[in-house]
Ligand binder design. Structure first.
Ligand code: C2O
Ligand code: CU
Ligand code: CU
Length: 538
């Protein structure tokens, strides 16, 4: 028996339980994997890529290989692979771990059974494989995937491990949105580079590429040098504040001038930064037409002067580049906003905040170069896909939302004062299959050193609706710098919760029982414990 099979069998107790609930859509291993519409191998390993002029940068990345299915389903032109699937397709992905440490893949935003979701309890050791087989049940939309080993998610994503999972469906196809070269995903990330073009991450660096002779030492520190015993950064100031980079990468490259035709584009924006929240706008103040959020198309386009995008959130824009003259170079920028961090100068000095690009600071994200002659293109549809209003009255706790305080204690973020516990879910965190619940995330602020921060709350395994936000009056002024950029009307899997804010979301637990995560998607917060499980019981 090969180790791969053994891994599958080890998971089978949970699988059997889940199969009883969700029937044939859930099946792992066995012969039915041959019926997959798409079969891709993703091997996580070390590589070197040219990012900036000069030396290549050592990264960790997924190398993707199409083993079965339509060639158009896989785009490997960027460091991050792009997988394109259609709703209803059966997908098989084999993860091969060629990293020097354990890993697992999580499909961010997808509604899949618990053992397909990439919970850290399923992390595989170097040399091992994990086989994913699932049916794409989500609406068309811009989803993504990334590692999720406990305590090291931040480092592994930072090192380059991420990919896009773009789902189409029939509703979307009926709208004939811009496609091909006019469907442009833009993945925004911030990184720090040293003088040799190598990525800098607190508590340890990336391992060298194979030709570089193994692990890095010296200046960049030992990769296993975290203080938390997890091999990641552990706690400490960087874990508490999160890692910010001063170099902005879009699709893995700094400062690219993107040629575009004078025509309508569908631009999919991903905030794949570890901690940085973006306030995206055109620098000439052209209004943004938002057509989709995390879980796919909105009911109808909404117009915004700027769009807030917390780590892991996505929006899609309809951009008609014919509004700019030939030769113009419109700039997509992140504008300044008040993070409400209310942090003393001592804290700022301790975290070295004065020499990095601060969270909430303004910077350019990307430039476009407008081509000649306008090409007649499609007009933006006035209706997209119908989304029924959220039925909060149907929630089993409609009158008593469950409260999740985003807390800090002992220099560690937590939720209701608790840290991550691999297999535990409290009574509060136990929900019943087939029901809806209202949860309220409260960022009322930890008292410690007067520090509060925005958080980016993400719930695994489902898409939810945002049904309400309240801001404390003492925070209203800072909040005015972000509130007009929130896009809450559609399906969401991640939501920005500003300091002083309470956000209520409506969740529906469908199809799958089991243990799923919810956490702050500021990855260093997640890694030091701002993550918990919830359990769906039959
Ligand atoms: Cu993209 Cu657990 O997250
Ligand atoms: Cu997720
Ligand atoms: Cu956080």
């Amino acid at each position: 028996m090969n180790p791969h099979r053994r891994k599958l069998l080890l998971r089978s107790a949970a699988a059997v339980a889940a199969t009883a609930v969700c029937g044939p859509a859930f099946a792992i291993g066995g012969d039915d994997t041959s019926s997959a519409d798409l079969h891709i191998e993703l091997s996580a390993g070390l590589d070197e890529v040219a990012i900036q002029p000069g030396a290549k940068t050592r990264v960790w990345r997924y190398r993707a290989k199409l083993l079965a299915g339509a060639p158009a389903a896989l785009d490997t032109s960027m460091v991050a692979p792009i997988i394109r699937v259609h709703r209803g397709q059966r997908i098989r992905v084999d993860l091969v771990n060629n990293l020097p440490e354990s890993t697992i893949i999580h499909w961010h935003g997808l509604h899949v059974p618990e053992d397909m979701d990439g919970h850290p309890r399923f992390a595989i050791a170097p040399g091992e494989r994990y086989q994913y087989v699932f049916t794409v049940r989500n609406r068309g939309g811009s989803y993504w995937f990334h590692p999720h080993p406990h305590g090291r998610t931040g480092k592994q994503v930072y090192a380059g491990l991420a990919g896009l999972f773009l789902v189409s469906d029939d509703d979307e196809a009926a709208l004939a949105l811009p496609s091909g070269a006019f469907d442009m995903p833009l993945v925004i990330q911030d990184r720090n580079f040293d003088q040799d073009n190598q990525l800098v991450y607190p508590g340890g660096a990336m391992a060298a590429a194979p030709q570089g002779g193994g692990m890095m030492g010296g200046r960049m520190g030992s990769m296993m040098g975290g203080t938390g015993g997890t091999g990641g950064m552990g706690g400490g100031m960087a874990g508490m504040m999160g890692v910010l980079g001063d170099t902005i990468l879009v699709n893995g490259a700094p400062d690219v001038l993107r040629p575009v035709e004078r025509k309508a584009y569908r631009i999919r924006l991903f905030n794949a930064c570890n901690t940085r929240t973006l306030k995206l706008a055109w620098s000439d103040n052209t209004a943004m037409q938002v057509i989709a959020s995390d879980g796919g198309l909105l009911d109808a386009p909404v117009q915004r002067d700027y769009v807030m995008l917390a780590p892991a959130e996505r929006v899609e824009l309809w951009v008609d580049f014919s509004r700019w003259p030939t030769g113009a170079t419109p700039v997509l920028a992140s504008q300044a906003f008040d993070t409400g961090m209310g942090m003393g100068s001592m804290m700022r000095t301790m975290m070295g905040g004065d020499n990095a690009l601060a969270n909430g600071a303004a910077f350019p994200v990307g430039r476009f170069k407008i081509g000649s002659a306008a090409v007649a293109g499609p007009a933006m549809p006035q209706r997209l896909t119908p989304i029924a209003p959220p039925q909060d009255r149907l929630a089993v706790n409609a009158d008593r939302p469950k409260v999740f305080e985003l807390t800090m204690g002992m220099m560690r973020w937590g939720i209701n004062g608790q840290s991550f516990d691999m297999l535990a879910a409290s009574e509060l965190e136990t929900v019943k299959l087939g029901t809806q619940e209202i949860w309220e995330f409260r960022n009322d602020g930890g008292a410690m050193m007067g520090m509060t921060m925005p958080h980016s709350m993400h719930i695994h395994g489902l898409q939810f609706r945002v049904i309400g936000r309240t801001i404390s009056s003492s925070r209203a002024r800072g909040y005015d710098t972000v509130k007009a950029g929130l896009v809450d009307g559609g399906w969401k899997d991640t939501v920005l919760v500003m300091p002083g804010e309470r956000v209520r979301v409506l969740l529906r637990f469908e199809d799958f029982t089991g243990l799923f995560l919810y956490h702050c998607h500021m990855l260093e917060h997640e890694d030091i414990g701002m993550m918990r499980n919830y359990r769906v019981v039959a």
